[in-house]
Write a protein that binds this ligand. Structure first.
Ligand SMILES: Nc1nc2c(c(=O)[nH]1)N[C@H]1C(S)=C(S)[C@@H](COP(=O)(O)OP(=O)(O)OC[C@H]3O[C@@H](n4cnc5c(=O)[nH]c(N)nc54)[C@H](O)[C@@H]3O)O[C@H]1N2
Ligand SMILES: Nc1nc2c(c(=O)[nH]1)N[C@H]1C(S)=C(S)[C@@H](COP(=O)(O)OP(=O)(O)OC[C@H]3O[C@@H](n4cnc5c(=O)[nH]c(N)nc54)[C@H](O)[C@@H]3O)O[C@H]1N2
Ligand code: SF4
Ligand SMILES: [Mo]
Length: 712
């Protein structure tokens, strides 16, 4: 390489959120000059959001760790990789030898899903530890979606995706894609796609306790009282049956078993019954159903906001049923299944619910993971089976899981902790060792997960922008390094497999998956291969989603036996439980396009300007409490309290308040200078680990009862 290299353009996919935007990075010898949207990317066609440029900040961030850190009495000390891996394995082994395998837990955070190596090699780490105590961010997010997919479609990852490109009516509950850029619906430039629906004469209807950025561009928005979406969906289903709008001649309905029981169950739920609880009038509900059913192509999309509530799983099931009975499953413009080039479904188990239960609260596992709401109590409650050590990978559960303060405390009591992460943050500051992988531009990229969830089939591979520094390790190499020390190969076969994996890495596995995927032809010529993808740096178009259910000759069990009893719980909760206290407000979260969970706050260009970590409340509500815009407000819940600035706005439903998550960087020992200067407070110091959806174990982060007072 010469010192005065010519600028080069590197094409890749942004890995920061689910939208899979193609980016073009101009650089000289790896020094980034600019990042812009790649117009030739067949999926995103030039779209990017403000976060893409933060990839440069992340790449260059002096606070990003590049060398393993060992905790010593005099503070952190940088050490070499072999020593770090030896120490990490020794520490984990010692805990397992003294207290059993399950004494070591793992927590996998969100960025794992955005990394090819982590997706393919995560199992290496789990197999080496052989512990049942596995947790992840899934149970503070989309666990209900996986369980419904597992029950109805036979695999936790067979997730139906809204066909936003071709629909005429999009009904959205608990999603704010204009801020989040879409979720379990990978779509670039979602704002334009929603506008396109309106432009072709269609409708976009948003059901949300806040008039969000998405609601602002929708044709209609209705406030809903947090946590009542299951009631609304029951009434909507009632209306479909009561008015004879069940679409018998659709593709999916004849495949379903259990529809009669469902019809009988919703018969008791006319819209009048739920109007007061939801805050949506019977007339609006009836009209909504009529318009939805009349639209040639329509889709109901329920996301994060309805997963993370006390009836999250029931709600997601009812959303899916609503799409089925109105003839929108597996139909153009409804919800459809994708055909990704690398078939991750066959690489992953179908999922199983309740094979094991947690020790303290008896919560079910799903897909061999326990609900993360139970992680702290499993550390704090003494006895056989107590968690005494933890490995975190790409996660920040102190800020991202309910009752973060309790977890913060629990982590100080562990015998040993290892964090695989490139930041010293609120969680990793408790580790004995931090093992930092290379940054995202220093590794190859292929979206195993998000191609699966994408509204249009494409495939794209990106090589690393720059080679990682000498000796640096990727996540998957760290997993292998630990596995080799924890479980030395026992047979020649083991040795050979490991050698193959170590040499080939994720790219070799990807190449095989492509060859044997739906567009591959094995080793015969003509199929889709990694070599072909390497020659197409913008990615390749594989066409729109197509109907697929009829190919599978499989029935769809609607599982009334599992879901209908939860309607009784719903009934008891809303109709025979104690009336809500007049002084309590209901807390919900929110996302902002310049933020990304807890970990992009160290980019000046993303956090600059007015603090976004505010408490939103309605003017009437504020007036009752004597709170004015800009006042400090103390917010209390069963588990904790925080003080932050009020943002008085009529975009939120009266009686509801909103705080974004991922903030609260004031904790001692964090090393992210820009984030610390823009600390905010953590909403998860208010959310309650005991508030869960008991059917799935998912955290109920929304609708948390809180009280407010002007702080003095
Ligand atoms: N900019 C940005 N983008 C992101 C992220 C980020 O942090 N920042 N995070 C990424 C991740 S990990 C995910 S999972 C996705 C999530 O993406 P989305 O699923 O779009 O989630 P949110 O943007 O949080 O929107 C959830 C909405 O639910 C509403 N809501 C809250 N409670 C209720 C309720 O009881 N009923 C109804 N109907 N609505 C309710 C909230 O007001 C909010 O508008 O975003 C991803 N993209
Ligand atoms: N109250 C409330 N809480 C929420 C939410 C909410 O809406 N409201 N949203 C929930 C949702 S949807 C999610 S997904 C979770 C997210 O929860 P987590 O996944 O626990 O948290 P993140 O903030 O995504 O933390 C990601 C961590 O990964 C590190 N990292 C980034 N890239 C890599 C990498 O390639 N390798 C490694 N090893 N580390 C990396 C970052 O430094 C950071 O420490 O939060 C949840 N918590
Ligand atoms: S929308 Fe998501 S994928 Fe696209 S540029 Fe922004 S962060 Fe990256
Ligand atoms: Mo998420």
């Amino acid at each position: 390489m010469t010192q005065h290299a010519e600028p080069e353009v590197h094409y890749r996919t942004c890995n920061l959120c689910e939208a899979m935007c193609g980016i073009a990075i101009t650089h000289r010898d790896g020094q980034i000059e600019s990042i812009r949207g790649d117009e030739q990317d067949p999926f995103s066609r030039g779209h990017i959001c403000p976060k893409a440029v933060a990839l440069k900040d992340l790449h260059e961030d002096p606070d990003r760790l590049r060398q393993p850190l060992l905790r010593t009495e005099d503070g952190w000390r940088e050490i070499g990789w072999p020593e770090a891996l030896d120490r990490a394995a020794d520490g984990l082994r010692a805990v397992q030898q003294a207290h059993g395998r399950d004494a070591v837990a793992t927590y996998l955070g969100n960025p794992n899903a955005h990394s090819l190596g982590n997706m393919l090699f995560g199992r290496t780490l789990h197999q080496a530890l052989r512990s049942r105590q596995r947790f992840s961010a899934t149970s503070v997010d989309q666990l209900p979606h996986h369980i419904v997919a597992h029950h109805l479609f036979g695999h936790q990852l067979r997730l139906p995706v809204p066909d936003i490109n071709r629909t005429d009516f999009m009904l959205m509950l608990g999603a704010n894609p204009v801020a989040s850029n879409g979720s379990l619906m990978t779509v670039a430039n979602v704002k334009q796609k929603l506008k396109d629906i309106l432009a072709r004469g269609g409708e976009v209807v948003v059901i949300d306790p806040r008039r969000t950025e998405t609601a602002e561009i929708a044709s209609a928005h209705h406030f809903i009282r947090p946590g009542t979406d299951a009631l609304l969906m029951l009434a909507m289903l009632h209306e479909v049956f009561a008015t004879g709008r069940v679409k018998q001649d659709s593709r999916a309905l004849p495949l379903c078993d259990g529809l009669d029981e469902i019809a009988a169950a919703v018969a008791d739920w006319p819209p009048e019954r739920v109007a007061a609880h939801t805050g949506i009038s019977a007339g609006v509900i009836r009209d909504l159903v009529a318009r939805f059913c009349a639209a040639p192509r329509a889709v109901c999309y329920g996301r994060m906001g309805v997963s993370v509530q006390e009836f999250g799983l029931l709600t997601q099931h009812l959303v899916t049923l609503f799409n089925i009975v109105t003839g929108r499953l597996d139909e153009e413009g409804g919800v459809m299944f994708t055909r990704p080039a690398a078939d991750i479904l066959s690489y992953t188990g179908p999922g199983r619910l309740g094979k094991h239960h947690t020790r303290v609260r008896g919560l079910p596992d799903f897909g061999s993971e326990f609900p993360v709401s139970s992680m702290a109590e499993e550390m704090l409650t003494p006895g056989e089976g107590q968690i005494r050590a933890l490995v975190t990978v790409a996660g920040n559960p102190v800020l991202s899981t309910p009752n973060g303060e309790q977890l913060d405390r629990a982590l100080t009591q562990l015998d040993f902790m290892v964090s695989i992460d490139f930041y010293l943050n609120e969680t990793t500051r408790h580790a004995d060792l931090i093992l930092p992988p290379v940054g995202p531009l220093e590794r190859s990229h292929y979206d195993l997960v998000f191609h699966l969830l994408a509204v249009h089939n494409t495939a794209k591979y990106s090589p690393p922008l720059v080679a990682p520094p000498e000796g640096a390790m990727q996540d998957w190499q760290i997993f292998m390094g630990l596995a080799e020390r924890l479980q030395p190969p026992r047979s020649l076969r083991d040795k050979l497999t490991r050698a193959f994996l170590r040499r080939g890495g994720p790219d070799t596995l990807l190449a095989m998956m492509l060859r044997y995927g739906p567009y591959g032809r094995g080793f015969k010529p003509g199929g889709l291969t990694l070599k072909k993808l390497r020659r197409a740096p913008h990615g390749i178009d594989l066409g729109p989603m197509t109907p697929s259910l009829h190919h599978r000759k499989r029935r769809i069990p609607l599982r009334p036996d599992f879901y209908l009893p939860d309607i009784e719980r719903l009934h008891a909760h809303f109709f025979s439980g104690p009336a809500p206290d007049a002084d309590t407000a209901l807390l919900i979260g929110r996302r902002h396009v310049r933020s990304n969970n807890s970990w992009l706050h160290n980019s000046h260009r993303l956090v600059k300007g007015k603090s976004r970590c505010t408490l939103m409340l309605h003017p009437q509500h504020a007036q009752q409490l004597g709170i004015r815009d800009g006042d400090p407000v103390q917010v209390r819940s069963r588990v904790g309290q925080v003080t932050l600035v009020a943002e008085v706005t009529d975009t939120i439903m009266p009686g509801v308040v909103s705080i974004p998550h991922g903030w609260g960087h004031q904790r001692d020992g964090v090393r992210q200078r820009i984030a610390q200067a823009n600390a905010g407070v953590s909403v998860n110091d208010l959310t309650d680990d005991q508030r869960i959806d008991v059917l799935s174990g998912n955290a109920a982060l929304n609708g948390v009862p809180v009280t407010l007072a002007r702080a003095v």
